[in-house]
Design a protein around this ligand. Sequence first.
Ligand SMILES: [Zn+2]
Length: 192
Amino acid sequence: MQQIGKLTVITGPMYSGKTTELLNFAEIYELGRKKIKIFKPQIDVRYSADDVVTHKLFKMPATVVKNLDEMETIYKNLDEKPDAIFIDEVHFFENDITYLVKDMTADGVDVYCAGLDLNYLWQPFPTTASLMALADEVIKKKAVCEICGEYTGTLSYKKKIDGGIIDVGGKEKYIAVCKDCYKKLVDEEVRT
Ligand SMILES: [Zn+2]
């Protein structure tokens, strides 16, 4: 009987090393001469169109998909199922990704998903939340708080309020902060 694959979710705020952790796992499979496949959504164009790239510019080749349907089609048409699949920026995909991920694990594929748990309004991303519920293991990463410098950053704060919930950007737009500093920043916003 086919063994069910393991689902791991790597989550946390921006700049918490989620993609680095994802690629570290990918490297472990590669070192073990296992077959892997990396997916990422097309929306993430910060550094490179065809690679998964960390903020420190460590990169591995990835298949860029426009949406969940495209990822599903590519997966279903693979000649040979890989040992593990890695999906970056998973919060950008529709919630139905849970069905595809379950299919993948049912095929015996280990699945690793990395993405934001919370948007800049301190609200859960539904896709990440669902995957966390299904996961065998959830790795919650932290960032260094941009304001107080403590290693307690769990939230992403958006400096200028525009562009909506899905608004790709780097440090010019978002900073990682701890909950106390987040609250102070929001209180200041209300006053000004
Ligand atoms: Zn802080």
